[in-house]
Design a protein around this ligand. Structure first.
Ligand code: SF4
Ligand code: SF4
Length: 256
């Protein structure tokens, strides 16, 4: 029987315990790093790109597949290689070559949050020899061990974009709006050029210290990207334009 029909997912609450111990001595080592669908958050891309030393545009072109969600939201999937196993481009015989910057879903595996942060599923594939073996964890200990907190903190504002009421009311983005999110949240080098090679900061009230932080710190740049999207697409007060801008040029708060 094919593996996908025999794997199990068991429900866990915050206090439940599970056993899991993955290491290089297991015969299945690395087998889960191929032919897998991994959707990347903007913060995943920021961290992964940093390891490769590529520009964000080159990283996205080389390692990702751009997709489109139902609402017109950009989705970014990790591109597997075209070898026999469809391996992840970052897997090596010694394991993950970007381990310190691996994406959120690789960190959380085999745990998947259900809807809130209080209920979870654990995937128990028969082929994964780490399940029900070795060290015992609670969800909290697992998250800590995997360095999840900073990923969740950096992705929270993106959720405020993707779960915005605008979409709950059935609205969709047009291609220009999709591109605006893609540039401001995923293609940070291009977003930085847009900010610093135009009159952007002449037209918006942003403190000098904040501009300097945006210039030198990518996390600040991403955070500013989220603010720009919410201001530009949803008319939220996440930025203050300077009085010199004609009111007709300002985004309108979107209620429809
Ligand atoms: S299949 Fe399980 S035990 Fe094997 S490498 Fe992947 S996570 Fe580790
Ligand atoms: S990024 Fe690393 S952990 Fe994730 S699938 Fe690729 S090699 Fe495996």
């Amino acid at each position: 029987m094919k593996e996908e029909y025999t794997e199990k997912r068991r429900r866990l609450s915050l206090d439940d315990r599970f056993n899991f111990s993955c290491h290089a001595a297991l015969p299945c080592f690395n087998s889960c790093c191929s032919d897998v669908n991994i959707f990347l958050t903007p913060y995943d891309v920021l961290r992964m790109r940093r390891t490769t030393q590529l520009s964000s545009g080159d990283f996205l072109k080389r390692y990702t597949i751009p997709l489109l969600g139902d609402e017109g939201l950009p989705l970014v999937a990790l591109k597997m290689m075209e070898d026999e196993n469809k391996s992840c481009p970052f897997v090596t015989p010694d394991g993950c070559s970007i381990y310190e910057n691996r994406p959120w879903s690789c960190r959380m595996y085999p745990i998947f949050p259900v809807s809130s942060n209080e209920e979870f599923l654990i995937e128990e594939k028969p082929s994964c020899l780490a399940v029900n073996d070795g060290k015992q964890w609670t969800i909290e200990k697992w998250r800590k061990e995997q360095g999840i907190d900073v990923y969740d903190k950096m992705s929270e504002p993106y959720k405020e974009i993707t779960f915005n009421n605008y979409f709950q009311r059935g609205n969709k983005l047009d291609p220009e709006e999709t591109n605006l999110i893609y540039m401001s949240c995923y293609n940070l080098d291009e977003f930085k050029r847009f900010l610093f090679e135009t009159r952007f900061f002449d037209m918006h009230n942003v403190e000098k210290d904040a501009i300097e932080r945006i210039m030198r710190d990518e996390e600040e740049l991403l955070d500013f990207g989220y603010r720009w999207v919410r201001f530009n697409l949803f008319g939220e007060e996440t930025l203050r334009p300077k009085d010199t801008i004609s009111r007709e040029l300002l985004p309108v708060k979107r209620e429809d």
